[in-house]
Ligand binder design. Structure first.
Ligand SMILES: Cc1ncc(COP(=O)(O)O)c(C=O)c1O
Length: 304
């Protein structure tokens, strides 16, 4: 290696890049895989990924993806997502959760991660407060990427490791974002109706207290595992429980988990149209779109 190259490797980079840490769950997953390689019998539940040999994507989705490539749908997709997919996501949510969101209130991206990044980036200024439960997935990293002030709320085993209004209440004053997820990663536990209702009431109370020119407290509601509930558990969400939450709620979802399609890269947000527009603008500069053939295929797979 040349001297200049060796020196360049020591040049300072941004504070943010220098201090990025890798995903804890991937580290854990690698450790488990190493033990499996060494002959131990371990069921690896660390990473929300699936062995495609056991859990392939649905045949109908695969057929549509192949057809879309064969039909040359390979140029840029629309920045906010293909209209047929936004319409299909809108109908899917109506069918599954009875949530009424129009196509203009849906934004498509290359999975849920860019959606979450865009939510953080749209709402937060440097140093803004983000309240999130512990344990939860990756909020610490998104706070770091955006220079936000992450406020971690410890959850208890008595409440299934889900946050309660009482846990959150002391931190909502001045906070810009409350990051919630149900079913929760890594615990797999869910909000009860009462738990989430009380949290919504706490958010609504805080937003009523704020002046017109103050940024409201937004809720990011990640329901990417929502379609995978079984038994007596029933998925609950803020806007269904408290319609007044609509202006303050942004949903995160995608096909990664519910259709075992982590490598296919189709995710979406649902929320107020003006926020979807801002998020679209950010994602366009990054180019974090979902591939056009996958979008068209997912739309056909979802149907009307
Ligand atoms: C709660 C949660 N949200 C979002 C994601 C990311 O989903 P995607 O693969 O669609 O980016 C994951 C998993 O990786 C997750 O566990």
């Amino acid at each position: 290696m040349s001297d200049t190259l060796q020196k360049a490797e020591k040049f300072p980079v941004s504070h943010m890049a220098e201090n990025l840490i890798g995903s804890e769950i991937i580290k854990l997953g690698n450790e488990v895989n190493e033990r499996i390689r060494n002959g131990e019998k371990v069921f690896n539940f660390t990473i929300g990924d699936f062995d495609p040999a056991i859990f392939p994507i649905p045949q109908g989705l695969q057929d549509e993806i192949i057809a879309a490539y064969k039909n040359h749908f390979t140029n840029y997709p629309m920045a906010n997502g293909m209209p047929e997919l936004r319409a299909a996501v809108s109908s899917w949510n109506k069918r599954l959760y009875n949530l009424d969101y129009s196509s203009a209130e849906v934004l498509i991206a290359g999975g849920a991660r860019p959606i979450i990044y865009a939510i953080y980036n749209t709402i937060l200024d440097h140093g803004d407060k983000v309240v999130y439960p512990i344990p939860s997935w990756n909020n610490n990293h998104y706070c770091h990427l955006l220079g936000a002030n992450g406020i971690q709320v410890n959850c208890s085993v008595e409440n299934n490791f889900m946050p309660t209004a009482r846990d959150i209440q002391p931190y909502v004053k001045g906070a810009s974002l409350l990051a919630l997820c149900s079913p929760q990663n890594p615990t797999g536990t869910v909000f009860t109706k009462k738990q989430l209702e009380e949290i919504c009431d706490c958010v609504l109370e805080e937003n009523t207290r704020r002046g017109e020119n103050e940024k409201p407290l937004y809720v990011m509601y990640d329901q990417i595992y929502g379609a995978l509930l079984y038994g007596e558990n029933k998925h609950v969400d803020p806007v269904s429980l408290r319609p007044e939450m609509r202006p303050f709620t942004i949903y995160v979802d995608g096909i990664s988990k519910s259709f075992a399609a982590t490598g296919v890269r189709v995710g979406w947000a649902m929320g107020p149209a003006f926020l979807m527009d801002k998020m679209k603008a950010i994602l366009s500069h990054i180019g974090a779109w979902s591939p056009k053939p996958e979008q068209i295929a997912t739309a056909k797979f979802f149907g009307e």
